[in-house]
Design a protein around this ligand. Structure first.
Ligand code: PSU
Ligand code: MN
Length: 307
């Protein structure tokens, strides 16, 4: 598959020199936030990774090539095109590559390309999971399967309660994916620090995150690991307010018959509208917070592996 991959010169040099590298996804740019805040955020996240001693590798499919490390122009291009870019999950990759098309990578495909490039740590906002009502719709994000199979640590702020968080944790348990709370025993719910659900383990340092991930790979267990990092207190939202917006958005999606890959982007955009943009400000801050932790953890992991 490597013949389909292009590393940017910066990412390639960093990997060769054993510098820490952090992967970043592009669906959050095209489908997760509106233009121009999406582009501004993507560039700020890259800057934050650099300030914390690592090299950012934003991942996407451009003209049928798997890219690890985008130029500012490529980020602007994806951000401007927005939802007109294909949201690319595992099943979409062969089609986009064969046709020479563009795709914005989700958590799933960012993990695939990161692993291919030799990048082991990935920072994002929220992951996909088991949707509410999945017992009839069977809407379960491919992100969960990917966490089970691909050896990349994903640093996120938990998952939004657009999902059934309890079922999402059950699924990850079945698949053998460790779910770690960073500085917390509770699964964060993206906009808020608490969800009412417990994580498997609490870890308080990037050194220990790196150590657990390293041991998992050394033991041959393979697969990924999910680090859930709560949004900083000062940016967290009022739980009742955000939950009311989420419930309304989920109801709207159901009424409109939205399904499949459209569901998550629809809900994200609707919640942003219903909260008058406040949710976007929180969203940006939690991604920056995850970028900082991921950069520090990637450096610890390189020390452990002697890179
Ligand atoms: N959840 C968020 N923000 C996001 C996404 C999910 O809070 O941007 C995006 C990510 O790219 C994630 C994808 O991998 O949506 C999951 O989509 P689906 O639920 O269709 O698997
Ligand atoms: Mn889905």
């Amino acid at each position: 598959m490597k013949e389909y991959l292009d590393l940017s010169p910066e990412v390639s040099a960093a990997l060769k020199a054993g510098k820490p590298v952090v992967a970043l996804e592009s669906t959050i740019i095209s489908h997760g936030m509106p233009y121009p805040q999406n582009v501004e955020t993507a560039l700020r996240v890259e800057q934050t990774i650099r300030e914390n001693g690592a090299v950012p590798a934003t991942i996407a499919v451009i003209g049928g090539r798997l890219k690890a490390g985008l130029t500012a122009d490529e980020i602007e291009y994806l951000g401007k095109k927005g939802t007109a870019v294909t949201k690319a999950s595992r099943r979409d990759l062969p089609v986009l590559v064969a046709r020479g098309q563009d795709g914005a990578t989700t958590v799933t495909t960012t993990m695939i390309v990161a692993a291919l490039a030799g990048i082991r740590v990935f920072a994002t906002g929220g992951i996909g999971g088991v949707h509410r009502g999945a017992e009839t719709t069977m809407d379960i994000s491919a992100d969960l399967e990917e966490l089970a199979r691909t050896p990349v640590m994903v640093v996120c702020a938990g998952a939004k309660s657009i999902l059934d968080l309890g079922l999402t944790l059950e699924y990850l348990e079945t698949k053998g994916v460790p779910v770690i709370g960073y500085g917390t025993e509770e699964l964060p719910a993206f906009y808020t620090r608490k969800s009412g659900f417990k994580v498997d383990y609490r870890v308080d340092s990037p050194e220990e995150l790196a150590s657990i991930f390293h041991v998992k790979q050394e033991m041959g267990l393979g697969g990924g690991m999910l680090v859930t990092n709560p949004i900083p207190e000062e940016y967290s939202m009022d739980a009742d307010r955000i939950n009311a917006a989420i419930d309304e958005a989920v109801g709207d999606a159901k009424r409109l018959g939205i399904h499949g890959k459209e569901t998550t982007p629809y809900l994200l955009a609707r919640i942003k509208d219903l909260t008058g943009g406040d949710s976007l400000a929180s969203n940006i801050q939690l991604v920056l917070n995850n970028a900082r932790l991921a950069a520090r953890t990637a450096a610890c992991l390189n020390k452990l592996t002697g890179l």
